[in-house]
Ligand binder design. Sequence first.
Ligand SMILES: Cc1cc2nc3c(=O)[nH]c(=O)nc-3n(C[C@H](O)[C@H](O)[C@H](O)COP(=O)(O)OP(=O)(O)OC[C@H]3O[C@@H](n4cnc5c(N)ncnc54)[C@H](O)[C@@H]3O)c2cc1C
Length: 450
Amino acid sequence: MKKHTTKFKEESGAETTKNITQTRDIPVIAEYDVVVCGGGPSGFIAAIAAARGGARVALIERHGFLGGMATASLVAPISVFNYNDRRIIDGIPWEFIERLIEIGGAREEKPIGNITFSPEKYKLIAQRMVLEEGVSLYFHSYLTGCRKSEDGRLTHVIIDNKNGAEAITAKYFIDCTGDADLSYQAGVPMQPMKSELQPATLIFMLGGVDTDSLPMIRHSQQGVNYHDMDMRKILEEMNKKNKLPKFGGPWYCGVLDHGLALVNMTRTYANMADNRQATETECNLREDVFAFVDLLTKNVPAFKDAYLVMTAPQAGTRETRRIQGIHTLTGEEYIEARDFPDAISRGCHPVDIHSSSSNNQRCEFLKDAAFIPYRCLIAPNFPNLIVGGRAFSADGISSASVRVQASAMGLGQAAGVAAALCAKSDVDVSKVDIPELRETLIRYGANLNN
Ligand SMILES: Cc1cc2nc3c(=O)[nH]c(=O)nc-3n(C[C@H](O)[C@H](O)[C@H](O)COP(=O)(O)OP(=O)(O)OC[C@H]3O[C@@H](n4cnc5c(N)ncnc54)[C@H](O)[C@@H]3O)c2cc1C
């Protein structure tokens, strides 16, 4: 099968400022205290947190539903809330899981607190919780630019949707786009782009699966988690003989419906923050899905009668841009669980690095549940911008753990609370009262201590 190839300019070195030229008259349609860009795990939690702090909040999302990678890319399970059976990520993120469990949309795997979930019920509970807080939702709206004043303060975000281009103004902005789209548009310096980003993956859903006998994903506390070693050995043998597409795992995860399973198996190198590479990747991985479905139905007994239900609406992105914040969280600080006076969230997933150039995964386990300082969510000279989720300021090691969904939600919670506090006292994001921020987070249920 012919693979899609696009000519694109190679990116190298640090990404910096992008010039924004406004050529159209863009109407300003609304004004808020806080605008959150991106409605993934970090973004919808940030919007709820900011609204509970008394802010008037808008949430902008390019899809017609919330959940980001969890729903648009069918990434499952939600990892991880616990360390040694101790709840580490708590507060609004866990409240969301409890609401999901209530409607039969989630199940906790103990002791580490991995959550198997129904993507459709996830979308429903996320939107209910956001709407209950009075957040204004802008679905099908792509953040495409921003405006700044002379002093570096963001004044507007520009969104594009069926109405055309529209501007929204706010006092504070939270970037939860995963790819740091808002920060990039605003000119925030980025971490140097690594030569080997973690791979992109198109997850797919199979029906007709014997879900009772399928070896589903179980994250252990140690080692690499390959759950179907029989299939992996077959793939490795085939790989030696002829050219198989790159693969990971394979990892299988249920969606709490009998007969349905998600398969995380495809992989390729791509900078998914580049439109041409993302297009090429979607096309090529779709070809790979069909090749893998054929192999799985022939070789895995539980997939004997399986059929392809769908590929995820969007290939999953593990790693792209991250901002250069006031502090960059290093792997060393993170793995040794160093505490910080401005710690605002935690992480407890192993450092989980998937290779783009091979079929392998590297997992390094933490000495204890780690801490993330507030300084990693803000950049020097950007007085009203906070970043939540995987685009926060971190090196490739610490981010390889914090990127997972529970810790991304924890960062969203902290970003939302911080933005609401800043809006209340009218201060720059670097001047937020740290003791008050931490006390508020603890009151919301966050575990910042043990
Ligand atoms: C293949 C794969 C496997 C993974 N496995 C796991 C796992 O087992 N467990 C786990 O917990 N995590 C896993 N992850 C990681 C996890 O899914 C993500 O890191 C996490 O979702 C990050 O959350 P986020 O809120 O920072 O970003 P995202 O989930 O990427 O959400 C960003 C949101 O912003 C929106 N957006 C982006 N740009 C714009 C724009 N310009 N305008 C408007 N909206 C925009 C997106 O549509 C999306 O809703 C995996 C990821 C991948 C790709």
